[in-house]
Design a protein around this ligand. Structure first.
Ligand code: PEP
Ligand code: MN
Length: 336
């Protein structure tokens, strides 16, 4: 952290500032400029608030040098993280590409099995499907809950696909720990810090979706909450953000992919389904995400989109998904 002293500050004020910093376990090293008195603060400044320091009249400016996230950042972990999605399962990151596909919500055994078999045939690495749904309206379909998790388990046994599904709160942590391979934290829970902390105590990979109105740095700080205990791993997901644009459900921030890849070593995936809100935009934006350097995708696929209990308008059919997977393979080859 760099601190610029005000021109009007007295020597006594500067001495007091240095003492205050020392009392916090930091050392303030003077960098003598031509016109300005500048100090570099050395030590763990992570919990020091620049805004609070600015309350001191002797200080003109405070600049943070290091990023506000550490564990998810590249500075302490320069190489890409490659992680195994589940025991004996596929990998994601550092050159390994994985697609998670399935319906927005689990609706019945017949539905989830049929979709699981289709997406597996097309090359999906995991089956997605919500059992607990974070719906904006309390009157909308809320998901099958624990029954939905059981249906996902049946689909796993019949197809061998790993399961990714959303956790809404800490009450079912032990069930998710036992039955789910990758635990999804939805956009609305990205800053549910107590949930993130609890998930960090479980060793499972966490798929962390970017919040509706959250910045890239906020997403990385949220990832640090999960990584803090050193047990869990995190997959970051860009799923569109709120903007003034109404032509799409959200604005898919494709530039978040190279920015995240530059700042973080964690695998980055893109959700073109929630990112756009329309089935016919999923195909081009999925390809755009691959071209931008994503390590994977999460895509909503439904066998009867017109009858879907949730997000039918943005779900693609298994046939379209199959065609898309073929194009993704070709695009990735072309990008080599
Ligand atoms: C989902 O993946 O079904 C979902 C609800 O996503 P998000 O949290 O990104 O809205
Ligand atoms: Mn959905």
């Amino acid at each position: 952290m760099i601190v610029v002293i005000s021109d009007s500050a007295t020597d006594a004020q500067v001495e007091q500032f240095v003492k205050n910093m020392e009392a916090l376990g930091l050392s303030a090293k003077m960098i003598q400029g031509e016109a300005k008195r500048v100090f570099g603060l050395v030590g763990d400044t992570a919990s020091l608030e620049a805004e609070s320091l600015m309350r001191n009249d002797a200080i003109e400016k405070v600049m943070k040098v290091s990023a506000p996230y550490k564990l998810s950042g590249r500075s302490f972990h320069p190489e890409d993280t490659r992680l195994q999605l589940y025991k004996d399962g596929p990998y994601i990151g550092d050159g390994d590409f994985a697609v998670f596909a399935g319906p927005c919500s689990v609706e019945s055994e017949e539905q989830i099995l049929s979709i699981a078999q289709d997406v597996k045939r097309s090359g999906a690495a995991m089956l997605r499907g919500g059992a607990f749904k974070p719906r904006t309206s309390p009157y909308a379909f809320q998901g099958l809950g624990l029954d939905g998790l059981e249906l996902l388990e049946i689909a796993r046994q019949k197809t061998g696909l790993g399961i990714v599904t959303e956790i809404m709160g800490p009450e079912y942590l032990s069930v998710f720990e036992k039955d789910v391979d990758v635990i999804q934290v939805g956009a609305r829970n990205m800053q549910n810090f107590s949930l993130l902390r609890e998930l960090g105590r479980i060793g499972k990979p966490v798929l962390l979706k970017r919040g509706l109105s959250n910045t890239i740095d906020e997403l990385l700080m949220a990832a640090d909450y999960v990584l803090k205990d050193g047990k869990a791993s995190v997959i970051l997901c860009e799923r569109g953000i709120r903007t003034f644009e109404t032509a799409t459900r959200n604005t898919l921030d494709i530039s978040a992919v190279p920015v995240l890849k530059k700042r973080s070593h964690l695998p980055v995936i893109v959700d073109p389904s929630h990112g756009t809100g329309y089935w016919d935009l999923v195909y081009p934006m999925a390809l755009a995400a691959v071209a931008a350097g994503a390590d994977g995708l999460i895509i909503e696929v439904h066998n009867q989109p017109a009858l879907a209990l949730c997000d039918g308008q943005q779900s693609i059919t298994p046939a379209l998904f199959d065609g898309l997977m073929g194009r993704i393979v070709k695009l990735r080859e072309a990008l080599q």
